[in-house]
Design a protein around this ligand. Structure first.
Ligand code: PML
Length: 244
């Protein structure tokens, strides 16, 4: 198997990224697909690695969806769900504020996720500009999963983001993340999600106001096993077999 990762930049800014874990004989086809993904770029990097140890996750997190009249009601729901699993309102508020304002201390977004202590709200990621990136995760059969999502009524506009976000959230929870809050930094994509072992992957709309460029991910994590967790999120190669 091979891990293939693509990232593209325009004017020094990250504009596109994607990754696949594939059998070696699909390499040429997949590299061509990834090359065509960014509409415009002035630099593109494709990294290919041989996979030594592959872990499989039998099933994704289950998907649920909730639509709300406005962001305030959506965030109240997030607070309620996280309280059910023992995260205090003040801590969830802190995470929501970070994502609303942009979690990078130098301004704007981060490529990776914030790691947050669910008890104190302290940020635990070693580099607060970079964050922690969940990588080396894919589906055993992306085409079949896409088809299954379409059959469940997921519209084309949401498909690519949902399939990648669900894979990331599934790996996060598998690695030991207690809960995640996420929404996109794409100004036109206002659907986000929360995830945990207890309630699965809950799609929530709208997590942010339209036309706003901030977003990202906050992972609530146990500080005792931080290094192990980071190693799992960033380095372990995993494939998800089925959609739950
Ligand atoms: C969804 O549609 O289920 C939410 C996807 C969030 C995507 C986050 C991102 O693309 O950065």
């Amino acid at each position: 198997m091979r891990s293939v990762r693509m990232r593209a930049e325009l004017d020094g800014m990250h504009v596109s990224g994607a990754e696949r874990v594939i059998p070696h004989y699909e390499l040429e086809k997949v590299v061509m697909e990834l090359l065509k993904r960014p509409k415009r770029y002035d630099k593109i990097v494709i990294t290919i690695e041989r996979v030594e140890n592959l872990e499989t996750i039998p099933k994704s997190l289950p998907i649920k969806s909730h639509d709300f009249a406005d962001v305030e009601q959506a965030h109240e729901f997030v607070i309620k769900k996280l309280k059910e699993i023992g995260i205090e309102e003040s801590i969830t508020q802190k995470a929501l504020k970070l994502l609303t304002e942009g979690p990078n201390p130098k301004g704007g977004n981060m490529r990776g996720a914030v790691l947050m202590d669910p008890v104190s709200g302290e940020r635990l990621e070693p580099d607060q500009e970079r964050g922690i990136r969940t990588t080396r995760i894919d589906w055993r059969n992306r085409t079949a999963i896409k088809e299954a999502l379409r059959e469940r009524g997921i519209k084309k506009f949401y498909l690519e983001r949902l399939i990648d976000a669900l894979a990331i959230a599934t790996k996060n929870i598998h690695c030991g993340v207690i809960a995640e809050i996420c929404w996109s930094d794409d100004p036109e994509y206002t659907t986000g999600y929360i995830a945990s072992k207890e309630f699965g992957y809950i799609r929530i709309k709208p997590m942010k106001e339209e036309h706003t460029p901030t977003g990202g991910r906050v992972y609530f994590v146990k500080r005792e096993s931080l290094q192990e967790l980071i190693e799992c999120l960033e380095r372990k190669v995993m494939l998800i077999e089925q959609l739950l």
